[in-house]
Write a protein that binds this ligand. Sequence first.
Ligand code: FE2
Ligand code: FE2
Length: 312
Amino acid sequence: MQFSKSVERVIAFTVENASTTAERAAQSLAAKLVQVEGLKTFPVVAQKTMAILSDPDFEIAEVSRIVSEDPALGARVMRVANSAFYSRGMKVASFEQAVVRLGRIAVREVVAGAATMGLFPDSTGIGKAFRDHCAATASVAKTLARDLAPALEDGAFLTGLLHDIGKLLILSAGDPLYGRQDAAMLLTPDRTHLIELDELGFDHAALAGQILWHWQIPDPVPQIVAWHHQPALAYTEPVVDVVTAFLRIADHVEPMLAANEEHALSFIDLFAAGPDCRFTGVSADDLRRAWPQMIAARDESLSLFGENVARA
Ligand SMILES: [Fe+2]
Ligand SMILES: [Fe+2]
């Protein structure tokens, strides 16, 4: 897709959702998109692999040959494929085996996730905190979906992994915005996008959604990422609605997994009464039951994507 087309879509989208500052916001977002595009190029091999895997009649040998052109990506893919999330105790030794064992959709998700996280290998400070939160949210969303809505499990990991990459993109573009904010506030769910809207005219969700479309990350992932701070909008769109709701639950739960038991329990009761849990039917009992698995999954995810292993 031509990048100018993507920018046109931003402007169309923003004007459709017009506010008094819509035009300025669209121009500001378009300018940031062009800047970010110059800084981060999605790996061609990953893009080709995902395109082939979007065809149900793909040939394993062809995918395998293309992945072998980017050994670093291949290594990252194998690392994720052999993690507890995907392998379920049965390790795979080759990319072909990964495709057979995990299936076409899951491998496409792993390739997209591994390639995207590989774009941010040197995150430090608040950037590392953002990246860790993405990795941990992915595992929490997948664990919850596996337990409560298995049909959504495939999409949950990737949307969680990518949901806040807009913040990493804003950071890598050298924007000083986050440096002026309190770090604890930046890591509080549903807060940072309000500051971004105020100061930049757009938020990290809209920026990431557009970039993911441009990188040809499969639908509906870009739309879910774009709307993850606009539940009122997302909850009117079939398919997008329920995956967004699980993502939002994981987004709020993830920071609480490190809290002490008393704090966590009072959070669960309060949060389960809120709109995201009500929309999906996730109860306080569901969250309490899944809590230990979510903690274990979070640890696994941080060891996969934290500590600059995205470089591996
Ligand atoms: Fe976000
Ligand atoms: Fe988040």
